[in-house]
Design a protein around this ligand. Structure first.
Ligand code: PDD
Length: 280
């Protein structure tokens, strides 16, 4: 495998950044994960727009000219022969002697990796669906920035694993679902309406979530952007998560309680099916 690190293509096994990289010391960096399907990077313009927003919210400089990044992503995908899989891009504020305040004159660090994934395994997962647990929200207020500071997400997803589940949903103090450790959360009401939390504040505006609005419109499905409680989710007709790595993935149990009959919902599966016709 080949990785891109600050202007060089290097063997993945030898790829390294400096020990005083601020990403390593402070999680002072941002990232994107894009799905690669049939050799194409899915929704790349939207991922790059969100990367731009994350960088600007944190006043981190672009590591390369904006127009060059798509070419670098494609090149890393190509050099790794990834037809189906994902590409990861990370930008940090760069290397400097450890000091909390922004250092002067550092160059942002850029790392790009790509790896293969088996679409058949994902399809099989979608046939059975996943289980989620709920955990109290304990992250900072700026989770709209796709920062590499993911320790609460790591701990929540580890807890899910230990409970035999595959995702953890962060829940606010009102008992409403925010989002997953690495995905957005959705339910389908008895009337077949899709419900997902508004992304203006307090969650990451998922690219898959955004594209799902177009997929739903194509299928003639209505979406309501509003909060929903854990209780409403447990009583819903269907539930699912969305992310670049899972697309629409059925949720069949929440905190050990089956959603509907405990099988993936047909609306979720139709969204999953239609997604790649809409995504660019
Ligand atoms: N995670 N919410 C959180 C907290 C996420 O980390 C992610 C993505 C999403 C979904 O966003 P998108 O549809 O753009 O992938 C929502 C990626 C996949 C990750 O960290 O691996």
């Amino acid at each position: 495998r080949i990785a891109y690190v600050n202007g060089r293509y290097v063997a993945h096994a030898d790829a390294a950044v400096h020990i005083e990289d601020r990403g390593y010391q402070f999680a002072d960096g941002v990232y994107e994960v894009c799905e690669v399907a049939q050799g194409y990077i899915v929704d790349m313009p939207r991922h790059l727009a969100r990367l731009n927003r994350s960088l600007s919210e944190l006043s981190i400089d672009w590591p390369v000219t904006k127009g060059v990044l798509p070419l670098l992503l494609r090149e890393v995908v190509r050099r790794n022969h990834v037809v189906n899989g994902l590409v990861y891009v990370q930008v940090t504020r760069g290397v400097a002697s450890r000091d909390f305040v922004f250092p002067d004159g550092t160059l942002s660090s850029l790392v790009i990796t790509a790896r293969k994934a088996d679409p058949a395994a994902a399809a099989k997962r979608a046939e059975t669906g996943i289980k989620v647990i709920t955990v109290p929200e304990n992250r900072w207020d700026r989770v709209d920035i796709k920062s590499t500071g993911l320790l609460p997400n790591v701990l929540a997803k580890q807890k899910a694993k230990e409970a035999g589940a595959q995702e953890a949903w962060f829940v606010d103090t009102d008992g409403n679902v925010k989002e997953g450790g690495s995905s957005n959360a959705w339910i389908v009401t008895r009337d077949g309406v899709l419900v997902t939390r508004p992304a203006e504040h307090g969650i990451l505006r998922g690219i898959t979530r955004t594209t799902m609005f177009e997929v739903a419109a194509k299928l003639g499905l209505k979406i309501e952007e509003r909060v929903f409680s854990v209780a409403e989710a447990k009583a819903a007709r269907e539930a699912f998560i969305s992310s670049a790595t899972t697309i629409a993935m059925p949720v069949v149990a929440i905190d050990g309680a089956a959603v509907a009959n405990g099988h993936p919902g047909s609306i979720t599966l139709s969204l999953r099916q239609a997604f790649f016709d809409v995504a660019e």
